[in-house]
Design a protein around this ligand. Sequence first.
Ligand code: MGP
Length: 219
Amino acid sequence: MTMAEENKTTANPEGPSADDSVIPEKHPLATSWSFFYLDPDEARKDWKLATKDVLSFDTVEDFWALYHHITALSQLKKGSDYSMFRGGLGDMDKIRPEWEDPHNAPGGCWKMSFDTQKIGNRIDDVFRELLMMCVGENFGEYGEYVNGVVASARAKQFRLALWTRDDDKEHIDFIGQKLLAALPPNYKIHLEFVTHAETERVKTARGVDPRPKATLYKN
Ligand code: MGP
């Protein structure tokens, strides 16, 4: 072992030296991701301008640094959204949390909602699980079709949505089953997949709910 190698692996009893500054390598993620925050006060004025970029990252360590820095979803101002979508660093396009983004437009999302009172701050565990599934690429062979996740804090509900790149039945069924399996066991969960085209179609029609393309249940 050379002196330099030795200095890297043992603490230096004489205090810091140049070699103590060696920074351990971070663990790269398969792709970069970007985190966004939507401020409800801004959204009331102009929805498009209300989504603020928080941080783009591409390592496990930077993901956790961000996660531990942000306000927990359970404590967010009602009306806020958190989103995390692929891209933003290197040569990968940053996907924005909007139906219109070309990476999202042909797709849709698996949506679920939780009663604010019933779930309380346990929603933070569910959201964290979903984020970890994304950055950890836990959606199996069709994981590349997962674009991102949106978490919405509303007065009576927390809503989570996993956005996909397309609405191919095989892709969305596979991703939906993976999602369902990862959700907490003690809740009745109703998952609905709705295309963005359908969400936009009914947006202006009051009292009309979008027709889901697929549904999944868990007791
Ligand atoms: P929302 O926050 O997804 O629904 O969209 P929610 O939570 O049911 O609505 P709220 O009234 O309870 O907050 C709310 C509104 O934001 C929509 O009706 C659109 O006007 C706008 N909006 C939301 N999204 C995700 C988009 C989008 O991707 N593109 C555009 N152009 N507008 C959007």
